[in-house]
Design a protein around this ligand. Structure first.
Ligand code: FAD
Length: 411
């Protein structure tokens, strides 16, 4: 078996991996870099997959983070369709599915997550799809023939975005959510109710408190059987019920894992030569009460910067403000901060009409905002949350009082 030496081995070729490789070269790192990813595609952006790309308004070429030449020109050894199958921290060596081995000085684990499978009968029938990769969405697009009826299982961001994109394409859509509201994991009831109403107004049949008993069909899906026994007719099913972190490689190498690879504020695992970044990294976050994993582009990009700093000997702790966005129909939701353990909610404007924003406070301190079609609130809100401000409630709930002025208004 051939063994090659690389100064930096990046496992995964997704967003975080790509940004780490790009960042190293941008900062003048002249050592050798290998980036090994099991997908066939060069690094691309996932967010448009459930939005413009599914809706057919963005071409695949626009998804790629860098052109193919970029990786060659920067002497980044990109191995696609290749899985890292084992990691030996003592020997600082990784084995690949090709039979080769790479000996590294630094290893960055950027293995992301994989979709959580639907645990019910019929879940493997043709016509049942998940959405994580470009290949997945190409499969959905091929199945969604004109007139096809779609059932979406899961009312999280991805489920809602798929429903919105499919309505744009004219499909009949039923959205099935087990809990009593959509986006329950990430936002407050007021924002959930807004999105439920929006989807209903756009013609989606939103079913809450609804369990899925089985996917039905002989040779391909024909419907979704609910806990009540009712069968929702469907030609295509898209399941969006979350992801599981790809932490097995780290776990088998003896690195501590707990719903993700455990890292410190420098993205270091228990092995000082191995870093973990992106969706897979369970990290301490100064905007959260405890350690957590974040599934966002912001986190992938900013943790990549942290890893680059560690490798270059200029370590800076990861302390960036989490932010996120979602596009559905004519609605842009932008979230700043993490709405965890809040004890007060202040609504700026009215959920009856956009724009409006929902502010989350803990002990009087502004910890997060959900801004609906309000880029101004989002931009100013990011600064307020990062500054740990305790804003005046009367001014905060007044949509005519610019949030940016709260930075200068004495509390
Ligand atoms: P990934 O992008 O998942 O990359 C990990 C890569 O590692 C994968 O290609 C995987 O195949 C590979 N890999 C895993 N194990 C191995 C191994 N052993 N060997 C080799 N390769 C391996 N975020 C936002 O902020 N805003 C959005 O609007 C948004 N929308 C999204 C919509 C969709 C449909 C999806 C799927 C995600 C969305 N996200 C969004 C989340 C965002 O895309 C992720 O947070 C980001 O891609 C995480 O990057 P990552 O590099 O950590 O993981």
């Amino acid at each position: 078996m051939a063994t090659v030496e690389r100064d930096v081995l990046i496992v995964g070729a997704g967003h975080a991996a790509a940004m780490a490789a790009v960042g190293l070269r941008q900062k003048g790192f002249a050592g050798s870099i290998a980036m090994v990813g099991e997908e066939a595609a060069l690094p691309y952006e996932r967010p448009p997959l459930s939005k413009a790309y599914l809706a057919g308004t963005l071409e695949a070429q626009r998804l790629y983070l860098r052109k193919a030449e970029f990786w060659q020109e920067r002497a980044i050894d990109v191995r696609l369709s290749t899985r890292v199958t084992g990691l030996d921290p003592q020997a600082r060596t990784a084995t690949l599915s090709t039979g080769e081995a790479i000996r590294y000085t630094w290893c960055i684990l950027a293995t992301g997550g994989r979709v959580r499978p639907l645990p019910c009968p019929g879940a493997v029938l043709p016509g049942v799809h998940y959405l994580r990769t470009l290949e997945d969405v190409d499969g959905i697009r091929a199945s969604l023939k004109p007139g096809a009826r779609l059932a979406v299982i899961g009312g999280g961001y991805i489920g809602l975005e798929v429903a919105a994109s499919a309505r744009k394409l004219g499909h009949e859509v039923t959205l099935i959510e087990a809990l009593d509201r959509v986006l329950a994991r990430v936002t407050s009831p007021v924002v959930s109710r807004f999105f439920e109403a929006k989807h209903r107004a756009e013609g989606v049949d939103v079913r809450l408190n609804t369990a899925v008993a089985a996917i039905v069909g002989e040779t391909a899906v024909t419907g979704v059987q609910l806990g009540s026994g009712e069968v929702i007719p469907a030609d295509v099913v898209v399941v969006g019920i979350g992801i599981l972190p790809n932490s097995e490689l780290a776990q088998e190498a003896g690195l501590p894992c707990d719903n993700g690879i455990v890292v410190d504020e420098f993205c270091r695992t228990a092995d000082p030569a191995i870093l973990a970044i992106g969706d897979v990294a369970r990290h301490p976050n100064r905007f959260a009460p405890g350690a957590l994993r974040l599934e966002s582009v912001q986190n992938a990009v900013d943790q990549a910067k942290t890893a680059v700093g560690v490798i270059l000997g200029t370590p800076e702790p990861y302390a960036d403000l989490p932010w996120f966005w979602s596009d559905q129909y004519d609605i842009k939701l932008q979230t700043a901060g993490l709405a965890i353990d809040y004890d007060e909610i202040v609504v700026r404007g009215s959920p009856e009409a956009t724009p409006f924003s929902v502010c989350y406070l803990r002990g009087g301190k502004l910890i997060a905002l959900d801004c609906i079609n309000s880029i101004k609130d989002f931009m100013a809100g990011k600064k307020l949350v990062a500054a740990g401000l305790e804003p005046d409630r009367t001014l905060l709930c007044d949509p005519d009082h610019a949030l940016k002025d709260l930075m200068t208004t004495p509390a």
